[in-house]
Design a binder for this molecule. Structure first.
Ligand code: HEM
Length: 127
């Protein structure tokens, strides 16, 4: 298991729930990003929460409910260019900033999000 998979006990369920909640609050502040998401964000909040629990080494409930994450494939239905990635990363940065975390944990999380957000780009950004 990589070190990401060891973070769950260090972060804990409550902080991850808070992170997921904060994230969707931030999504709501960015119209371009918000427009991609469903009207009702409650189910989406649960999906990202369960996904993070799983990736960080907690219970594998996400895959029991949703199957293999296949994130890049699942994100193909939206046009994600570097600008949209920027919106997503801003929302996540603010969400992470509002959760009390050890600095090392914070850095590892943000490194992970940056890497995956880069991999989600499926469209060239043209001004
Ligand atoms: C780069 C820009 C990104 C955009 C624009 C984006 C957009 C979206 C949208 C619109 C949804 C649908 C919400 C729902 O109904 O669940 C979604 C789902 C999801 N996204 Fe992203 N996303 C991005 C990056 C990421 C990253 C970096 C991660 C993980 C580190 C991630 C993880 C997920 C997960 C786990 C789901 C739920 C998948 C499912 O079970 O259906 N996304 N994303």
């Amino acid at each position: 298991m990589n070190s990401l998979g060891l973070l769950y006990p260090r972060i804990g369920e409550a902080s991850l729930q808070e992170l997921a909640k904060n994230f969707y609050e931030e999504v709501g502040k960015i119209p371009e990003l918000r427009s991609l998401y469903p009207e009702d964000l409650e189910a989406a909040e649960r999906r990202i929460y369960l996904f993070l629990v799983q990736v960080l080494g907690g219970p594998q409930t996400y895959s029991e409910e949703r199957g293999h994450p296949r994130l890049r494939m699942r994100h193909m239905q939206w046009k994600i260019d570097s600008k949209m990635r920027g919106h997503w990363m801003n929302a996540m940065l603010h969400a992470v900033d509002k959760v009390p975390l050890e600095q090392e944990v914070r850095e590892e999380l943000l490194g992970y999000f940056t890497q995956v957000a880069n991999a989600m780009i499926n469209h060239d950004h043209v001004e």
